[in-house]
Design a protein around this ligand. Structure first.
Ligand SMILES: Nc1ncnc2c1ncn2[C@@H]1O[C@H](COP(=O)(O)OP(=O)(O)OP(=O)(O)O)[C@@H](O)[C@H]1O
Ligand SMILES: [Mg+2]
Length: 332
């Protein structure tokens, strides 16, 4: 089984929803996990869309997509597409839907007032970007089935991603009637529909990312009131088998030939360093479990010279196995 081969398991349930956001501190592996979850989903035959907010980033790099496709989906594999959504062009696209007269729109877009408004209106770009996600989630094919059966959104670093997620509620409350109110309510309803939407929180097993993840979980619960997906702790080291500390004690006590002393010292040093990392990891995981009440999903650290699509595919297989485990647990 791939999870065992990688020395890690996914002990919790792998939460699966139609619209999944991936948030967490900078550099913890959001783009990697977005791609891995999406590959796993597409591998199950589901029409899957990955979305990056603001600009092409880690996911686009992994799939080597550079074309300036604007807000259009680019198919990167059969059944797997990527799109990046930038607020200003999402607004332009939205306006072109509600104001069909192209000439009028062109003159609006070129006014200084419009530019100043777009640049300065607080949260407008975030609102439009999240509105575009809503739009994608509602697209229907000719046979009546959804265009996208799964959407994974790499929502970028925590602070900004929470801004995206809170904008529909904030806008619905600010504009108490009219178009913005109605549109915001629709998007808010999608985000708050726990059957359809969830937010995965990603961390690595070190103090700062775990603290930030616990803070995000708290905010998602209150005030955002959004459904939590999995708490994913990425780059986890395998846990040493029980009795290793004792074995190391014995190894330290073994008499060696004088020439073998450096070898013994190197072995002990390496083992103690690994155990030190493991202690930090396990303490961190215990703390976040206590703070959030959630059993984290461990995703293994893949020690590779280069980390690319092949490694992400390996990670996707970890999720495949995790899903099978979850399904088996549900049945039993
Ligand atoms: N499980 C893993 N094992 C080893 N390396 C990993 C793992 N997950 C991610 N990485 C590496 O960690 C780095 C950061 O990953 P990634 O770009 O996905 O993070 P991010 O959260 O999207 O970062 P940013 O906030 O900058 O967008 C990358 O170099 C990636 O290859
Ligand atoms: Mg990224």
């Amino acid at each position: 089984m791939p999870t065992a081969r990688l020395g890690c398991t996914l002990p919790g349930v792998v939460i699966d929803r139609r619209l999944q956001f991936i948030v967490g501190k900078g550099g913890v592996g959001k783009s990697t996990l977005t791609a891995a979850l999406a590959l796993s989903s597409a591998g199950q035959g589901r029409r899957t869309l990955m979305i990056e907010l603001a600009a092409p980033g880690g996911v686009a790099r992994l799939f080597d997509v550079t074309a300036a496709a604007g807000n259009e989906a680019v198919e990167v594999r059969p059944g797997l597409s990527l799109m990046w959504i930038e607020g200003e062009s999402a607004l332009a696209e939205y306006l072109s839907l509600v104001v069909p007269i192209k000439r009028l729109l062109r003159s609006v877009f070129s006014t200084r007032l419009y530019r100043v408004f777009v640049a300065a209106a607080p949260g407008l770009k975030e609102l439009m970007a999240i509105g575009k996600i809503w739009y994608e989630s509602q697209k229907i094919r000719a046979d009546g089935s959804p265009q996208w059966e799964r959407i994974f959104v790499d929502a970028g670093a925590s602070g900004h991603s929470l801004q995206y997620l809170q904008m529909p509620s904030a806008a619905a409350a600010t504009f108490q009637s009219g178009l913005v109110h109605r549109e915001s309510l629709r998007v808010e309803a999608l985000l708050k529909d726990a059957e359809t939407t969830c937010v995965h929180v990603v961390a690595t097993p070190e103090e700062m990312p775990l603290t930030e993840a616990a803070g995000i979980v708290a905010q998602l619960r209150d005030p955002l009131a959004l459904a939590l997906g999995d708490l994913i702790v990425n780059r986890c080291r395998p846990v040493a088998p029980a009795g290793v500390a004792d074995a190391l004690g014995k190894l330290a006590g073994i008499q060696t030939e004088p020439g073998d002393e450096p070898v013994k010292a190197a072995l002990l040093g390496a083992a103690e360093t690994a155990l030190g990392w493991q202690r930090i990891q396990e303490q961190g995981l215990t703390r976040i479990r206590a703070e959030t009440g959630i059993e984290p999903l461990r995703v293994p650290l893949l020690v590779r010279e280069e980390f690319g699509l092949a490694e992400v595919e390996e990670m996707a297989r970890v999720f495949d196995a995790g899903r099978q485990d979850s399904a088996a647990r549900k049945k039993s």
